[in-house]
Design a protein around this ligand. Structure first.
Ligand code: NAI
Ligand code: MG
Length: 485
C-alpha cells in the first residue's frame, strides 16, 4: 500500500556542524599526528562523500596514549568523588548544549536517521554522563566494599552502530570510578569521538584522563596487547571478542565483552496486535537493524501469525527509507559497503535455503549503502538466517504453539543478549522472562534503554554488565587495601 500523503523534504541543516578536513589523535590533552603519519578517510554512508581524513594510530601512538593515561591516573584517582563529579556534570551539560551539532555529525558519519540521533542517541549520551556523575561521590555505597578502588588505565574499543552512545557507556563509568582511558572508536565512525575530545578540553578535564586514538582493528589489537592496560572494555563482533579473550588470557587484565545477539521477540496470541507490530518494527528496524540486541527473530504464536504478518506488512509499507538528515526518515543508510555486503549475502542465503522473502516497494537512493526493510517467513530453526546475526534490517519470522515451545526456540541460539515478550498476561510475562536466557528481557516494549539499567549478555553475547550500579563493578577493584593495579 502506498503512503497516503507525499511528504515535503524536511532536511536538518548541516550548517550546525563544522567538520575539519583532517583530524589527529587526542593524546595527553592535545591533537597530534600519528607517528607514522598514516591517515584514513571516513565517509558519509548515505552519499559516499568523504567527510574527513583521520590519523591512523600505530603501536607507538598507543604507547604514548597509554603513558599519558597512566601519568594522569595518579591525580585523577586521588581526586575526591565530588570533584570528579563536577567534570562529568560539566561534560553532560556541554553535550546537551551541543546536542544538535553532535546529532547531525553522528547522522553524517554513521548514516542513521536524524530522528534517532536527535531523540535517542544524544539524550541517552547526556543521561549516561549525568547518571555516572551522580555515582562518583557515592562509590562506597554501591555494595562493592567501603572504599572500592579504580583499576587504573582502561583500554576501550567501540563499534560503529552507536558511536557516541557506546563512548558514553564506556567513558562515563570509567571516569566516575577514577580510572583514566584510552578509547578507540570504529574506523567508519571516528568523528563524534573526536568532537568529544574537544568537549573534554572545553570542560577543562585534566590532560591524559581521556585519550582518543583512531584507527582500525590493528590499532585495537595494539591497545589490547599493551602491557600497561589494566582493563579492556569491548563492544563489537563475537569473533573479535573471542580473539581479545584469547589475547589477554593469563594476564591480570580485566575485561568486559559486549558481543553479538540474535534476540527473540515473542508475540503471544493475546498480545495487542497494533502495539506488538510497533514493537516488532522498533525491534528490528531501529538503526537499520544494526543493533546487537535487535529483535531479529520474531516468534509469533501460530494462531495469530497471519493477522500479525498482514498488519506488519502494512506497517512496513509506510516506512520511509532515504536521506538520514531528513526529519521524516525512518530508515537511513547501512554503515559501510562491507556491512551491506554481509547483509546482502545473508539475505541471499535465506532465499537459497528456501525461506520466503518480502520487502515493501521502496526506491533506494542511487549512491550510498542501502538495504530495503526485509521480512523472511517460513523460517525454521535450521535456517542460517535464524541462527546468524545479520546486523541489518532483516527479520526472520518463526512460529510456535505453546509457551514451552516459545521458550525452547528463543533459547535455541549461541547468543543471549535480549528478548521481548508481548502478551496481556502479567503472570505470563514473569513466567516466560524467568526462563529466557537473555541479559535483557523487554515486556510489551523493545529496544528501550536507560542508564540506570544494567545491560549485557550470556553465552557468546559476552560477559560483564554495563550501565546501572552493576556497571561500576567493571571499573572497580573491591576491598583490596592497596587497590589492585
Ligand atoms: P568488529 O568487531 O571488527 O569491530 C568493532 C571494533 O573492534 C572496531 O572498533 C574495530 O576497529 C575493532 N577491532 C577489530 N578487530 C580488532 C582486534 N583484532 N582487536 C581489537 N579491536 C579490533 O566488527 P565489524 O567488522 O565492524 O562488524 C562485523 C559484525 O560484527 C557485524 O556484522 C555484526 O554482526 C557484529 N557487530 C556487533 C556489534 C555489537 O554491538 N555487538 C557492533 C559491531 C559489529
Ligand atoms: Mg563514516
Amino acid at each position: 500500500m502506498a503512503s497516503v500523503f507525499e511528504y515535503a523534504p524536511a532536511p536538518e541543516s548541516r550548517a550546525v556542524v563544522d567538520i575539519a578536513p583532517s583530524y589527529g589523535l587526542f593524546i595527553d590533552g592535545e591533537f597530534t599526528e600519528a607517528a607514522g603519519g598514516k591517515v584514513f578517510k571516513t565517509v558519509s554512508p548515505s552519499t559516499e562523500e568523504v567527510l574527513a581524513e583521520v590519523a591512523q594510530a600505530s603501536a607507538e601512538d598507543i604507547d604514548r596514549a597509554v603513558k599519558a593515561a597512566r601519568k594522569a591516573f595518579g591525580k585523577w584517582s586521588a581526586l575526591p568523588g565530588t570533584e570528579r563529579a563536577k567534570y562529568l556534570f560539566r561534560i553532560a551539560r556541554i553535550i546537551q548544549e551541543r546536542s544538535r551539532e553532535l546529532a547531525v555529525l553522528e547522522t553524517l558519519d554513521n548514516g542513521k536517521p536524524i530522528r534517532e540521533t536527535r531523540d535517542t542517541d544524544l539524550p541517552l549520551v547526556a543521561a549516561h554522563f549525568f547518571y555516572y556523575a551522580g555515582w562518583a561521590d557515592k562509590l562506597g555505597h554501591a555494595g562493592l566494599g567501603a572504599d572500592p578502588r579504580p583499576l587504573g588505565v582502561a583500554g576501550q574499543i567501540i563499534p560503529w552502530n552507536f558511536p557516541l552512545l557506546m563512548l558514553a557507556w564506556k567513558i562515563a563509568p570509567a571516569l566516575a570510578t577514577g580510572n583514566t582511558v584510552v578509547l578507540k572508536p570504529a574506523e567508519t565512525t571516528p568523528l563524534s569521538a573526536l568532537f568529544f575530545a574537544d568537549i573534554c578540553r572545553q570542560a577543562g578535564l585534566p590532560k591524559g584522563v581521556v585519550n582518543i586514538v583512531t584507527g582500525d582493528g590493528g590499532t585495537g589489537a595494539a591497545l589490547v596487547s599493551h602491557p600497561d592496560i589494566d582493563k579492556i572494555a569491548f563492544t563489537g563482533s563475537t569473533a573479535v571478542g573471542k580473539a581479545i579473550a584469547r589475547e589477554i588470557a593469563g594476564t591480570d587484565k580485566r575485561a568486559t565483552l559486549e558481543l553479538g545477539g540474535k534476540g527473540a521477540n515473542i508475540v503471544f496470541d493475546d498480545a495487542p496486535v497494533d502495539q506488538a507490530v510497533e514493537g516488532i518494527v522498533t525491534g528490528i528496524f531501529f538503526n537499520q537493524g544494526q543493533v546487537c540486541c535487535a529483535g531479529s527473530r520474531l516468534l509469533v504464536q501460530e494462531s495469530v501469525h497471519d493477522e500479525v504478518l498482514e498488519s506488519l506488512k502494512r506497517r512496513l509499507s509506510t516506512l520511509r527509507v532515504g536521506d538520514p538528515l531528513d526529519k521524516n526518515t525512518d530508515l537511513g543508510a547501512i554503515n559501510s559497503a562491507e556491512q551491506l555486503a554481509r547483509i546482502t549475502a545473508l539475505a541471499e542465503t535465506g532465499e537459497a535455503e528456501g525461506a520466503e522473502r518480502w520487502s515493501p516497494a521502496c526506491d533506494l537512493p542511487s549512491s550510498g549503502y542501502w538495504f530495503a526493510p526485509t521480512l523472511f517467513t517460513n523460517v525454521t530453526q535450521a535456517h542460517t538466517i535464524a541462527r546468524d546475526e545479520i546486523f541489518g534490517p532483516v527479520l526472520s519470522v518463526l512460529t510456535f504453539r505453546t509457551p514451552e515451545e516459545a521458550v525452547a526456540k528463543a533459547n535455541n541460539t549461541q547468543y543471549g543478549l535480549s528478548a521481548g515478550i508481548w502478551t496481556e498476561k502479567g503472570s505470563r510475562i514473569l513466567a516466560v522472562a524467568a526462563r529466557l536466557r537473555a541479559g535483557v528481557v523487554w515486556a510489551n516494549t523493545f529496544n528501550k534503554f536507560d542508564p540506570t539499567s544494567p545491560f549485557g549478555g550470556y553465552k557468546e553475547s559476552g560477559y560483564g554488565r554495563e550501565g546501572g550500579r552493576h556497571g561500576l563493578e567493571a571499573y572497580l577493584a573491591p576491598s583490596s587495601p592497596e587497590g589492585e593495579r
